[in-house]
Design a protein around this ligand. Structure first.
Ligand code: SF4
Length: 507
């Protein structure tokens, strides 16, 4: 993990996660919740350095239980590898995604033409601010007061909910996991399971606070509680906002896959629907869904197909009983058109299954919020530093053990470990000054010979007892940041390793 010269030095004990009281579901429903700042729905402009957040995350009550839950899910999901029929889809899916990226603009132009012919209003947003401006403009022009939302990570990139609420528009998340994190004023900790970090008991307590009464605590009861509340919102909402899983360039069809049916309600009940899509979600042909949908479902939840698959071909037509009067498609760039031109292009092949997150031992240990970004886990560690609105997050590639599990888990074979290594090199080249480089070279030179190695180890043995942890934390300048996330290893007595080795050497 990199040091950070700007790291505020923790005191001798591990830092207590900062907590604040806040409100969620502004408007009719309010619930007061507490949570650490680094899990907030809106990521602070200046997040604390990784060593500080990860240490705080490890000290957070519940982190160990989340680790146990995620480890169980990883075993269910990834033990045994890919069955032969899915392995074949994986090969084909990887090809389709790379074919898409080779001519991304061409496919987007075809999608735009088809969608417009179907009656969809297509908008291109270069930045998250542009997208917020477009969506807020549509809402204002149509006097929208209440928005129901289906899961969309692209809207997380632009902190859309906060912006709409600032404009007096109430927003209700309708995916159960998203609803839970919205009530808790947190952001999703996982792409597919936004509330994976919460236990059933935590959700029960949260809903009881929202209901201001005792509730039955079985999972079905808690889901029923959310469903009852959301039902009224579906009927009263003026606008529905959703993501897009795949958009077919040859027909202009927007496809959403869900297990709860909330996307069907969001896209059919309100009079206006806005679908928000990062530009790489386009696919060349409608028939590619036959490969990509089962692949996404298997990688995300080991299902053969999701319970609901919603396909949109335009707004309501004459004689149709339901559907929106207006259908808008907002295509978000946010740096992706630069990524697709560069050596990290393949990261845009991602189909957002979240399996690399579950497979990653670091993600399972610290949890998704510890990444301090919209996307956590290996995909987040690669994508976040590349997105244009990310001033911070360049250190995320260091939050990985480089074990390679993310590549094995990826349904479209994105070489995430290679990218993590390359991004680390980029980070080093961009941030390390000359003195630091000389220091590393000097160390490499010293350990180039047995004599140099012995000399440095003797020096470390002598200096070790004189440099307790508290002293290290008070190092001046950049050394302070370097020491913040590190423990000094204990040195052994001179010759201890050689004696141990000689003892065990076959004779
Ligand atoms: S990088 Fe691969 S495994 Fe990770 S979310 Fe994307 S498609 Fe899934």
């Amino acid at each position: 993990m990199p040091d950070a010269a700007e790291v505020p030095t923790p005191e001798s004990s591990p830092p207590t996660p900062p907590r604040r009281r806040s409100t969620a579901l502004l408007g009719r429903e309010r619930v007061v919740v507490t949570r650490p700042d680094w899990a907030a729905a809106t990521i602070p402009a200046h997040r604390k350095p990784l060593p500080i957040i990860t240490r705080a995350a490890l000290d957070q009550p519940g982190t160990a239980a989340t680790h146990t839950r995620l480890s169980g899910k990883n075993r269910e999901q990834n033990d045994g590898g890919w069955p032969p029929e899915i392995a074949a889809l994986r090969e084909r899916g990887a090809e389709i995604r790379r074919e898409t990226l080779r001519d991304l603009e061409g496919h987007l132009a075809a999608l735009t033409a088809k969608a417009e012919a179907n009656g969809v209003v297509v908008h291109r947003a270069a930045t998250p601010d542009d997208a917020v401006g477009i969506i807020t403009g549509i809402a204002r022009a149509n006097d929208v007061r209440l928005v129901v939302k289906s899961k969309s990570m692209a809207t997380e990139e632009m902190h859309l909910n906060a912006h709409l609420e600032e404009n007096g528009i109430e927003v209700v998340e309708t995916d159960l996991g998203e609803y839970i994190v919205q009530v808790a004023d947190e952001r999703p900790s996982h792409i597919v399971g936004p509330a994976l970090h919460k236990s059933k008991a935590e959700v029960g307590a949260l809903f009881e606070e929202l209901a201001a009464e005792r509730l039955p605590q079985e999972a079905e009861d808690l889901a029923a509680f959310a469903r009852t509340r959301l039902r009224a919102d579906f009927h009263h909402a003026d606008m529905g906002i959703s993501g897009v899983n795949f958009a077919a360039a040859d027909t202009g069809t927007l496809t959403l896959v869900t297990n709860e049916g909330n996307a069907d309600m969001v896209t059919s009940q309100p009079r206006i629907h806005v679908a928000v899509m990062p530009m790489e979600k386009v696919i060349p042909r409608l028939r590619d869904l036959a490969v990509l949908v089962p692949l996404l479902c298997y990688a995300a939840t080991k299902q053969k197909v999701t319970v609901y698959q919603t396909m949109l071909n335009g707004p309501r037509r004459d004689g149709e009983p339901d559907g929106p009067e207006q259908l808008h498609l907002v295509i978000l760039d946010n740096g992706r058109s630069s990524i697709v031109e560069g050596r990290y292009r393949e990261v845009l092949a991602c189909i957002r299954c979240g399996n690399c997150q579950i497979a990653c031992p670091v993600y399972r240990t610290v949890g998704g919020h510890a990444y301090g970004s919209v996307y956590g886990g290996p995909i987040g560690a690669v994508l976040t530093p590349l997105l244009a609105n990310t001033k911070q997050g360049r250190d995320l590639p260091f939050l990985s053990s480089l074990c390679g599990a993310c590549f094995d888990a990826c349904p479209v074979k994105i070489p995430l470990p290679d990218m993590l290594v390359d991004l680390r090199a980029d980070y080093e080249a961009a941030t390390r000054g000359r003195p630091r480089r000389w220091l590393w070279r000097l160390w490499a030179k010293a350990w180039d010979s047995p004599r140099g190695y012995r000399l440095t180890m003797t020096a470390a043995r002598l200096a070790g007892p004189l440099l307790p942890r508290a002293v290290l934390r008070r190092l001046p300048g950049p050394g302070r940041g370097w020491a913040a996330g590190r423990a000094l290893p204990a040195t052994r007595d001179a010759g201890a390793f050689r004696a141990w080795f000689t003892d065990r050497r076959p004779r």
